[in-house]
Write a protein that binds this ligand. Structure first.
Ligand code: HEC
Ligand code: HEC
Length: 247
């Protein structure tokens, strides 16, 4: 009896012990699995989150030099204005939504800029970024309105750290000689010929800003920026060079 009791209580202890060992083991294994899984997740998340957060703002502003006053409309839009206007938050006219912008654009550029600088109803002054210069806001307004169907000329970036702000007048000539003359020297494909006053007069009549805007966008056989890949300011200097030679 005694030995049988001893035997069965020994069995019970062994069973309890092995259950305990199993429980401890599986808890340890589960803990291992979870922590390693979470470490991986956290790594992926932080990489993705960092990429998502830093790319649009960091890259675009850095590309433009980023110095206050020198940021382009696109850089300002991406860094600041897109937080509401990309999705049309709080009743803001949504980016590239021509229907939402048409009525606003009809107020004219100056009035839009004034409202964006001073704020209007749900639109905070300067989109809440008070360190923006009025020029930068104007550039962002041009960039946004143009995406919504307007044809405003974005105010030029002056004194940019990037270096293309003060464009050497010789630059326009150089760009013409290397890029634009391919069509404009002979008037190929209906291009207004360099120095041909009659061909240029009606175009010049539109005003320099409009000329630059349409040539930047491209017009019929005129490719966007004439295929030139440099900055807008440099491209403008090439238009100025051509216009001045054809007045
Ligand atoms: C916090 C959200 C928010 C941010 C950020 C923001 N906007 Fe707006 N914006 C609005 C709203 C809302 C309206 C519509 C206001 C109304 O007409 O009631 C608006 C309207 C506008 C208009 C049209 C004004 C008019 O006269 O019809 C312009 C232009 C504009 N925003 C430019 C900008 C620019 C440029 C930036 C970045 C520098 C910017 N917004 C950032 C919310 C925002
Ligand atoms: C592949 C040929 C081609 C090249 C290269 C080219 N253009 Fe043109 N460009 C044209 C044609 C064609 C037109 C006339 C478009 C029309 O009115 O239908 C034109 C028109 C223009 C106009 C007048 C736009 C207007 O609104 O009337 C300007 C300004 C201009 N080009 C500037 C330039 C500059 C600056 C360059 C060089 C950076 C350049 N183009 C390179 C073909 C070219």
């Amino acid at each position: 009896m005694g030995s049988a009791n001893k035997g069965s209580s020994g069995d019970a202890i062994r069973v309890i012990l092995s259950v305990l060992v199993l429980v401890v083991l599986s808890v340890w294994l589960l803990a291992k699995l979870f922590t390693s899984g979470m470490v991986v997740d956290a790594e992926v998340m932080s990489k993705e989150a960092i990429a998502a957060r830093l790319k649009p703002v960091g890259v675009s502003v850095a590309n433009e030099g980023g110095a206050p006053g020198s940021r382009t409309g696109e850089a300002v839009y991406k860094a600041i204005c897109s937080s509401c206007h990309a999705a049309g938050l709080a009743g803001s006219p949504k980016f590239a939504d021509a229907g939402a912008w048409a009525g606003r654009i009809s107020q004219g550029f100056d009035s839009l800029v004034k409202h964006a600088v001073e704020g209007i109803r749900g639109m905070p002054a300067k989109g809440g970024a008070t360190d923006l210069t009025n020029e930068e806001v104007a550039r962002a307004v041009a960039f946004m309105a143009n995406a919504g169907g307007a044809k405003f000329a974005e105010p030029k970036v002056e004194g940019a750290a990037g270096g293309d702000a003060k464009v050497d007048p010789a630059k326009g000539k150089e760009i013409y000689n290397t890029v634009c003359q391919a069509c404009h020297a002979t008037g190929a494909a209906g291009a207004p010929k360099f120095g041909d006053k009659a061909a240029w007069a009606p175009r010049i009549g539109k005003g320099l800003d409009d000329l630059v805007a349409s040539a930047t966008k491209g017009l019929n056989a005129m490719p966007p920026k004439g295929g030139y890949s440099g900055s807008d300011a440099e491209f403008r200097s090439a238009v100025e060079y051509m216009v001045n030679a054809s007045k």
